[in-house]
Design a protein around this ligand. Structure first.
Ligand SMILES: C[S@@+](CC[C@H](N)C(=O)[O-])C[C@H]1O[C@@H](n2cnc3c(N)ncnc32)[C@H](O)[C@@H]1O
Length: 262
């Protein structure tokens, strides 16, 4: 394997420095470059290729709630876990020792640059049960047929056909299996009873702000998930955004169980 700043094992393990220069590089891609190309895959690669090495350090301060999600997910012995839109594979670290419970793990993503970091991480950690897979989340199925746990962490908002991605996740889940999601969102103007309602400014500001990077916040994720799964965990929160001290972006942590029989 060639050793570049994007895929050195040190970077893969999240040891990439959180330096100001690194941050500026990431911000340049987020604010100026934004991700250009004819296809979804080209736009993703254009967006991520120049920031893959600084990805984990910057996103640790932006993508909140991931550890919390994984702490609450089950890790059945001999089970299959599929992470859709897995990026650098950092989520595999979030299980700690429980990662060894799985017989097979698939880290699925469309960005080759981020997958190189995931591959370096797998090699460095010596994870024999983990594979990085270059595939579209809307069509991937694990070779084992069914999965016990499927996750999306901050990937659903980047998948244009997010309904299709959720439907595919439901298709691959065993009855009784769980879907875990953490992502940015805005509420509907009139959300389902018991869910948080965001103000007009929150709903519009964050949708416009994230859309420049092809991240599409929706008020429909939660109602869709709640209508297809038995809700086990739902937590609606806000988190800090690097270099924006006065605002907090809304995100949710959701765990739902696939019903035993439809
Ligand atoms: C914000 S990143 C999150 C990465 C990782 N899950 C994390 O928590 O750090 C979104 C990821 O979704 C991936 N992605 C977007 N659309 C995809 C698709 N259709 N199929 C697979 N991956 C996709 C991107 O390449 C990117 O790695």
């Amino acid at each position: 394997m060639t050793t570049t700043p994007a895929n050195t094992p040190a970077n893969a393990a999240g040891n990439n420095s959180g330096s100001f220069i690194n941050d500026m590089k990431v911000l340049w891609h987020m604010i100026v470059r934004q991700g250009r190309g004819q296809t979804h895959e080209e736009r993703l690669e254009d967006f991520y290729k120049g920031q893959a090495s600084g990805y984990d350090s910057f996103r640790k301060r932006l993508l909140h709630g991931k550890k919390d999600l994984f702490d609450q997910l089950p890790a059945p012995e001999g089970g299959v876990w599929v992470d859709l839109g897995a990026g650098t594979g950092e989520n595999a670290e979030n299980w700690g020792e429980r990662l060894n419970h799985f017989s097979q793990v698939h880290l699925v993503d469309l960005s080759s640059s981020l997958l190189k970091v995931a591959e370096a991480r797998i090699e460095q950690r010596g994870w024999k049960n983990v594979k990085a897979v270059h595939h579209d989340a809307t069509t991937f199925l694990p070779p084992e047929g069914l999965a016990d746990v499927v996750t999306f962490s901050y990937s659903l908002t980047m998948i244009p056909d997010w309904h299709k991605a959720v439907d595919q996740a439901l298709r691959m889940l065993k009855p009784g299996g769980v879907l875990g999601i953490v992502d940015f969102y805005v509420s509907r103007k009139y959300p389902p009873e018991g869910n948080v309602r965001h103000t007009w400014s929150t709903r519009h500001f964050w949708q416009v702000w994230f859309a420049t990077d092809n991240v599409f916040l929706s008020g429909d994720h939660l109602p869709y998930l709640q209508s297809h799964l038995e809700t086990v965990v739902l937590s609606e929160r806000r988190g800090k955004v690097p270099y924006m001290p006065f605002v907090r972006a809304p995100h949710y942590v959701y765990i739902g169980r696939k019903p035993l029989a439809d």
